[in-house]
Design a protein around this ligand. Structure first.
Ligand code: GDP
Ligand code: GDP
Length: 443
């Protein structure tokens, strides 16, 4: 299952981020904050009327500051068109239509995309006199809303939802295939890896505009397993305009991560980890996807006896939150360890779907508690009555406890290590929920 993507496009100051925050702010989330990873509020998971989707505020994606506003908007509209299922085009009803609005409307109209036109800042009951001018944009009926007062938002989302093909998102026709996304910042070698893995032909085959939204998907087979490679780099070849927009590569990664089972997170061996790398890694981790760290351009590194070990330590130290991820050192140019990359991704996808029997798990937890007693606070000690794995992809464990407050972070980490020692779960995060007696074990 993948979540649909909805993008909000419009001139600066029309109220995009206000709208974004009102919608995203209400979500209930079990996602943790990853230490050391700053969060961009450009794309977020949102929920409305029990439906989940990803919302992008394109206002956060700013091309070089020398660009004029219309050029910026054009770039943002292109981003939206490439990635979104539905676009919300927002205008300021107080100000009325501007040239820039009309330009963007022209771009949107020409593409075969579903657009919902929203006129924001209609704070009172009365529509502004020039409201009906909005029909001139040729984008259908405008929805009058006030993002600030949260009026009309439900109607907009209902309209958006009516344009989404939920079937397609809920029943993934590629369920039987292992979906591998290649993520990482520009120039680390993502395309080179894809091309080396698949051969040059596919570049021509897959370059049909509009076949994919945010990336180029290529199916292939290896040792009897079917895979889909989601190549986020391919899009750059189509649209030069946002080539240099750093934030965009993060947004693009989010969209690809959302659809994958395993992310090949590529970094440049000659550069080490950058902030942008960490941000992208943090997103894959939080999404609970399988992760393989790919240290590419390994041919350019001068090697001594312990170079690989030292590099492994350095990366693990900097990405402590995903110390479970295997690391593969590759050279796309020389072809070093590329087949191993796919085999590693395969075993990670198996690990992500692994189930531990309740009996085995409970005896493991009992033993762990004997070896190191659970923490206590003010004379009260944590008790774990029962544990069960209640989900896969990623593995999700539920613990029934006497008092959730007593479950200290370090003890949860200890239990995680015990589970990993016994079962591995290499390459996948594992998640815990703690329930007190009487609470349902449902999420
Ligand atoms: P963005 O640049 O499109 O993301 O716009 P912002 O969300 O930052 O909003 C720009 C300004 O419009 C801010 O001062 C907001 O408080 C204001 N604003 C946003 N929504 C509304 C609204 O529904 N009514 C009114 N009156 N002001 C709004
Ligand atoms: P992308 O932006 O992540 O898709 O990166 P590209 O695949 O376009 O690669 C960026 C540059 O790095 C190109 O000049 C590649 O030839 C080069 N490159 C990619 N992989 C390797 C590698 O393993 N070794 C060396 N020496 N160069 C590489």
């Amino acid at each position: 299952m993948s979540k649909p993507i909805v993008a909000v496009v419009g001139r600066p100051n029309v109220g995009k981020s206000t709208f974004f925050n009102k919608i995203v702010g209400r979500r209930v989330s079990i996602v943790e904050d990853t230490p050391g990873v700053t969060r961009d509020r450009i794309i977020a998971e949102a929920e409305w009327a029990s439906k989940f989707f990803m919302l992008i505020d394109t206002g956060g994606i700013e091309p070089a500051s020398t660009e004029t506003i219309p050029a910026q908007m054009r770039a943002q509209a292109e981003v939206a068109m490439d990635m979104a299922d539905v676009i919300i085009f927002m205008v300021d009803a107080k100000e009325g239509l501007t040239h820039a609005d009309r330009d963007v409307a022209d771009i949107l109209r020409r593409k075969n995309k579903d657009v919902v036109l929203v006129a924001n800042k209609v704070d009172g009951r009365r529509l502004p006199d020039d409201f009906y001018d909005l029909y001139e944009l040729g984008l259908g009926e405008p929805f009058a809303v006030s993002a600030a007062n949260q009026t009309g938002l439900g109607d907009v989302l209902e309209e958006v939802f009516s344009k989404i093909n939920w079937e397609e998102h809920e029943h993934d026709s590629d369920e039987d295939k292992v979906k591998i996304a290649i993520i990482g910042k520009p120039n680390v070698g993502k395309s080179s890896i894809v091309n080396a893995l698949l051969g040059e032909e596919r570049v021509i085959v897959s370059d049909i505009a509009g076949t994919t939204r945010d990336s180029i998907d290529t199916p292939f087979e290896k040792d009897g397993t079917l895979y889909i490679l989601i190549d986020t780099a391919g899009i750059r070849r189509r649209s030069k305009i946002y080539d240099d927009i750093e934030k965009f590569s993060v947004v693009r990664a989010v969209a690809a991560i959302e659809r994958c089972d395993v992310a090949l997170f590529v970094i440049d061996a000659t550069e080490g980890l950058t902030e942008q790398d960490k941000k992208i890694a943090g997103i894959a981790h939080e999404a609970g996807k399988g992760i393989v760290i790919v240290v590419n351009k390994w041919d350019l590194v001068a090697k001594e006896t312990n170079t690989m070990r030292d590099m492994t330590r350095k990366i693990t130290g900097e990405l402590q939150f995903m110390s479970y991820a295997p690391i593969v050192f590759t050279s796309a140019v020389k072809g070093t360890r590329l087949p191993q990359l796919i085999d590693t991704a395969y075993s990670v996808s198996e690990n992500r779907a692994m189930r531990v029997s309740t009996g085995q798990l409970n005896s493991l937890i009992q033993d762990a508690m004997l070896m190191q007693s659970p923490p206590s606070d003010k004379g009260r000690r944590l008790k774990i009555y029962y544990a069960a794995q209640i989900g896969v992809k990623p593995p999700l464990f539920s613990f029934q406890v006497n008092d959730r407050e007593l479950m200290h972070f370090s003890y949860a980490r200890y239990l995680e290590n015990k589970i990993r020692d016994a079962y591995g779960f290499v390459g996948t995060s594992i998640k815990f929920v703690f329930r007190e007696k009487g609470e349902s074990s449902q999420l």
